[in-house]
Design a protein around this ligand. Structure first.
Ligand code: OOG
Ligand code: MG
Length: 265
C-alpha cells in the first residue's frame, strides 16, 4: 500500500473549505491517525492566519447521526472564533457546498482539564451549558465519506451558534431533555439529549482519551459541542433554523440564499 501524500490532502481540503467546491473522497489508504494529522495541519494554518481556537466538537455521539452517515465511531474536530455566528445572526450560504443544520448541547470549561487525571475530570471542569446549533458542510461530493475522510475534513465543521449560557456543575441534569430542530417554523427533527451516549456528560468523558491522543487543548474557557442528538437537516431551501432544548432555551439563525457550487447534494 502506498502511503498517501498528507500535504496534498491538506492542500486539497483547505482549498475546498475556502471555496466550497466539493472534492472526491480520499479512499482507503488514509488511516485515522493520518486523518487527525491532516486535520491538525489545517488547524495550524488557520491559526497562523489569525483565527483563535475555541475548543473541540464531537461527532457521531448519537445513533441517529451514525445511522444517517453510515459511520459508527466518535470523532473530534476543532472550532475557531471565525466559525461562530452570534445567536439570532445571519449566515450566507454563499461558498458552502451542501450545508446541514443539527441541534447540539454546548459545554464551557471553567478551568483546564487535567490530562493526567481521570477522564471524568472534564465533567467537574464544566461551568456552563447552553443550547447550540451546528452547521455542518462536508467538503466531499454527495456528503459521503469514510471515517478517516470526515476526520481529515475537520468532521464537516462549518459554523456554529451558541445560545445563552447557564451555570452548570457535574450534577446538572442534561439528559432526557427534548430536542427540536425546526426549519422556517416547521419541526423537522425531534429527539432527546439522552440519545447522546445516554447523556451529553458521557460525550465529554469520551472526548478526553481522544483529546489526549490527538492533542486537542481543553483550556479554561473552552467551548465544546457534544454532538447532535438527531439526524442533520439540509438547509439549502430554508430561511431560518431554530433549535429548542427543553429547560435550556433556544437558539436561531437566519439564512441568506447563495449561489451554490455544490458538487451534488
Ligand atoms: C460529520 C459531523 C458529525 C455530529 O454532531 O454528529 C457531527 C457529519 O455528519 O458530516 O457534527
Ligand atoms: Mg455536530
Amino acid at each position: 500500500m502506498q502511503s498517501p501524500d498528507l500535504s496534498r490532502i491538506s492542500d486539497t481540503l483547505a482549498e475546498a473549505q475556502r471555496t466550497g467546491a466539493a472534492v472526491d473522497q480520499f479512499g482507503d489508504d488514509l488511516t485515522l491517525d493520518d486523518a487527525y494529522t491532516v486535520q491538525r495541519t489545517l488547524l495550524d494554518r488557520r491559526r497562523a492566519q489569525g483565527a483563535r481556537y475555541l475548543g473541540p466538537k464531537l461527532g457521531f455521539t448519537s445513533r441517529a447521526k451514525m445511522a444517517q452517515m453510515g459511520v459508527d465511531e466518535v470523532i473530534v474536530g476543532w472550532l475557531l472564533d471565525d466559525m461562530r455566528i452570534p445567536a439570532g445572526g445571519v449566515l450566507s450560504l454563499d461558498g458552502l457546498v451542501h450545508p446541514r443544520a443539527e441541534p447540539e448541547v454546548a459545554f464551557r470549561l471553567g478551568r483546564a482539564v487535567d490530562f493526567d487525571g481521570p477522564d471524568d475530570d472534564i465533567v467537574h471542569a464544566v461551568d456552563a451549558v447552553a443550547p447550540a446549533l451546528e452547521i455542518i458542510d462536508s467538503r466531499y461530493r454527495n456528503f459521503t465519506f469514510s471515517l478517516p475522510d470526515v476526520v481529515a475534513d475537520n468532521t464537516s465543521a462549518c459554523r456554529f451558534v451558541i445560545g445563552e449560557w447557564q451555570p452548570a456543575t457535574a450534577t446538572t441534569e442534561v439528559a432526557n431533555l427534548d430536542v427540536v430542530l425546526s426549519l422556517d417554523g416547521r419541526p423537522v427533527e425531534h429527539g432527546s439529549t439522552s440519545a447522546i451516549l445516554g447523556s451529553p456528560w458521557n460525550a465529554l468523558r469520551e472526548l478526553v482519551p481522544i483529546a489526549r491522543r490527538y492533542k486537542f487543548e481543553l483550556h479554561d474557557g473552552a467551548v465544546i459541542l457534544a454532538g447532535a442528538a438527531t439526524a442533520a437537516a439540509s438547509i439549502a431551501a430554508a430561511a431560518n433554523v431554530k433549535v429548542e432544548l427543553q429547560d435550556l432555551g433556544s437558539v436561531t439563525l437566519d439564512l441568506e440564499a447563495g449561489t451554490s457550487r455544490a458538487g451534488g447534494r
